[in-house]
Ligand binder design. Structure first.
Ligand code: ATP
Ligand code: MG
Length: 294
């Protein structure tokens, strides 16, 4: 198989020119965004998307204008979690208007572009082998379009929900060179922390992206009968001291939070007094404090 370096020309597609034009559009859009925040974890299934949805809602409730990019192109979940799966995107000469949640948070997601509920994202290529090679480049292209072609308006915060994998942040850091910071999500298990540490090293030491802090998700659950906090994972699996220093909050497991995500009702709005809601609101305040202290 030939690599792109061996291709004799761009076959008249002006691919470099197209990418440059898109990159310029990204820079123009980001000029009206005060702070960009990536939510990441090397580990899958730890609650990145739930945290993004709730953090975006919390920041909105605290008086900010907030946009969210569902950067998980192949497994987009945010439109469902934020209750806008049925939104029809409006295309204007200035760009695509994002979906808007019941509380006013703006969202763009691949899910809003797919016609059928069970349609997967398939990157067109002659063979599956080619598709594999191009997937990462195409994912970056799709992200570039999401940011550059969406009519965000003026935003205080633009949050990006990253897919699992240590290698995802470099793509975002390349698209957004002055990325404001990263919120890292882990669960208390040693396995999760083992992987998440690699993501932190990638962000802090390799990409030099500021770490806003760490959120420990599903940290414990509150017994519905006695109100006591009980560990959800083995009680000797405590948060690594490196993570404790940067801890923004420990979010308990709450079945109502999972239900709200499934139903697309906004948990913080429905259960403002739940212990997890209070932690999530406090995490949002700490994110704001991080940027105010700069
Ligand atoms: N604190 C919590 N309490 C209860 N359920 C939760 C909590 N956090 C996340 N969940 C549930 O756990 C599941 C996984 O969460 P989520 O999809 O946010 O993880 P993710 O890290 O984004 O996954 P992926 O790596 O696939 O993108 C979801 O069903 C979600 O509703
Ligand atoms: Mg996710």
């Amino acid at each position: 198989m030939k690599t792109y370096k061996e291709l004799p020309s761009d076959a008249g597609s002006n691919i470099i020119g197209q990418v440059e034009a898109q990159a310029n559009r990204v820079q123009k859009r980001l000029a009206s965004v005060k702070h960009t925040v990536a939510i990441m974890s090397g580990k899958g299934g730890v609650g990145k998307s739930s945290l993004t949805a709730n953090l975006a809602t919390a920041l909105t409730l605290q008086g900010n204008t907030v946009g969210v990019v569902d950067a998980d192109i192949n497994g987009p979940t945010l439109a469902k979690m934020m209750g806008v799966r049925n939104a029809t995107l409006e295309y204007t000469p200035a760009g695509v208007k994002p979906a808007i949640t019941a509380l006013g948070t703006k969202l763009i997601s691949m899910d809003l572009l797919l016609a059928e509920d069970d349609a997967p994202v398939i990157w067109n290529a002659h063979t599956q082998k080619d598709a594999f090679t191009w997937r990462s480049a195409m994912e970056v292209g799709a992200l570039r379009e999401f940011i550059g072609d969406t009519e965000w308006g003026t935003l205080d915060y633009l949050l990006l929900d990253l897919p699992p994998g240590t290698d995802r942040l470099p793509n975002v850091a390349e698209l957004i060179p002055d990325l404001g910071g990263v919120v890292v999500v882990t669960i208390p298990s040693e396995v999760s922390q083992f992987i998440v540490k690699k993501s932190v090293t990638m962000a802090r030491d390799v990409l030099k992206v500021p770490i806003i802090g760490v959120v420990e998700n599903m940290a414990f659950y509150v017994c519905q009968h006695c109100g006591e906090k009980e560990p959800l994972f083995s009680s000797d699996e405590t948060l690594d001291t490196a993570f404790q220093q940067d801890l923004l909050g420990s979010v308990p497991f709450d079945p109502k939070l999972a239900r709200s995500s499934d139903d697309g009702t906004l948990y913080l709005h429905e259960y403002p007094d739940a212990p997890a809601s209070k932690v999530l609101m406090a995490v949002a305040e700490k994110v704001q404090a991080f940027f105010q202290s700069l």
